[in-house]
Design a protein around this ligand. Structure first.
Ligand SMILES: Cc1cc2nc3c(=O)[nH]c(=O)nc-3n(C[C@H](O)[C@H](O)[C@H](O)COP(=O)(O)OP(=O)(O)OC[C@H]3O[C@@H](n4cnc5c(N)ncnc54)[C@H](O)[C@@H]3O)c2cc1C
Length: 317
């Protein structure tokens, strides 16, 4: 059977470790223990960044859907393929065709052994399990004025459900806009866990509020001396709030509360795995002149990396 897979055991681990900002640091022995922990404690979202596609007609796909008792399982059909992520494959394994499991086991040997034994795997057994890694950390990376976006991987079969995984580093307010794009999966650094690598975006130019559109700006800086003055104030306040944050965490204030003092200019970092139809929708909406400049730059960078295919035009609304 024609089966295509994007991801590896390590991919889930990296998407889990981004919570601590440590997604670049992996080690097979520790990683396999983490996979067991994630599975046993139902920390499921890191598994969503692994994608499986297999050739199938709509009849077979509908047959699978018909057997599902769990309404939360998401399995799609596009361009002659059934598409699902690893989380959905785990949740529907008894209904999927036998032939795909050879590939699933080849791409996710550690994960699948843990799943098959329902997490009941000793450290010794774990140490003997094979483990798969990603070929590269990032295939491509582009800077924007407020952060960067990197392409981790892609699975392109020429369908509306082709999949892409990106890493994004951007200010909190850009992330808030981005995460409104619900069709896709996210795993993000958690400021409940870690004070690691806190950075801030400080705009070079303070754009003027647009008069014609209440939520937009125009490409013109506010007048001097206010421009220089406000930029100086912004830097001072960021330094002050970060210093208070540090003092609080040093004196055992929980990070989950201390972070409340950090401004929206703080950067966050997340993995985003997204199907083409949702990616095209993102590109259409966020490259539009009505979108905020900072997110527009990201959407343009993504379009430059993987193109725009117009699949979102199928949506009437
Ligand atoms: C310029 C601009 C201004 C905005 N202003 C605001 C604002 O002021 N306040 C605010 O809250 N948001 C605002 N948004 C966010 C906007 O309302 C959308 O939430 C966001 O653009 C994501 O779009 P989407 O729902 O099409 O994408 P996704 O959530 O990624 O959905 C992709 C596609 O999946 C389908 N879909 C997903 N979920 C559902 C569902 N539950 N029901 C039916 N179909 C679904 C649809 O076909 C959809 O097009 C703004 C967006 C833009 C671009």
């Amino acid at each position: 059977m024609e089966v295509y897979v994007m991801g590896s055991d390590q991919r889930s681990v990296r998407c889990a470790r981004v919570s601590f900002g440590k997604d670049e640091q992996t080690d097979p022995e520790r990683d396999k223990k983490l996979l067991r922990y994630l599975f046993k404690h139902r920390h499921a979202s890191p598994f969503e960044h692994n994608i499986i596609a297999f050739r199938s007609d709509k009849k077979e796909w509908l047959g699978i859907l018909e057997k599902l008792e769990n309404p939360a399982v998401q399995i799609y059909h596009s361009g002659g393929f059934v598409w699902l992520n690893l989380r959905n494959a785990i949740n529907s394994m008894e209904h999927l065709p036998e032939e795909i499991f050879e590939e699933i086991k080849r791409f996710f040997p550690a994960t699948w052994s843990i799943v098959e034994k329902r997490g009941d795997v000793s450290d010794e057994e774990l140490s003997k399990l094979p483990y798969t890694r990603d070929r590269v950390f990032l295939q491509e990376k582009m800077e924007t004025s407020s952060g960067w976006v990197g392409l981790v991987d892609r699975l392109e079969l020429g369908t509306d459900m082709d999949y892409y995984t990106f890493i994004v580093e951007c200010p909190l307010f850009v992330a808030r806009q981005w995460h409104r794009h619900r069709f896709g999966s996210y795993n993000e650094i958690s400021r409940r866990y870690t004070a690691y690598d806190i950075k801030f975006y400080i705009p070079e130019v303070l754009r003027k509020q647009a008069k014609s559109n209440k939520q937009a700006s125009i490409d013109e800086p506010v007048k001097e001396p206010f421009h220089t003055e406000f930029l100086k104030e912004i830097k001072r306040l960021i330094e002050e709030s970060y210093s208070l944050y540090e003092r609080m965490t040093e004196r055992e204030v929980a990070k989950e509360l201390a972070r409340g003092i950090l401004p929206q200019f703080m950067k966050t970092r997340y993995y985003w795995t997204v199907p083409r139809i949702s990616l095209d929708n993102f590109i259409t909406l966020r490259t539009h002149e009505g979108a905020q400049k900072e997110i527009r730059e990201f959407a343009e960078a993504i379009r430059d990396m993987v193109g725009y295919k117009g699949t979102d035009r199928k949506n009437r609304l």
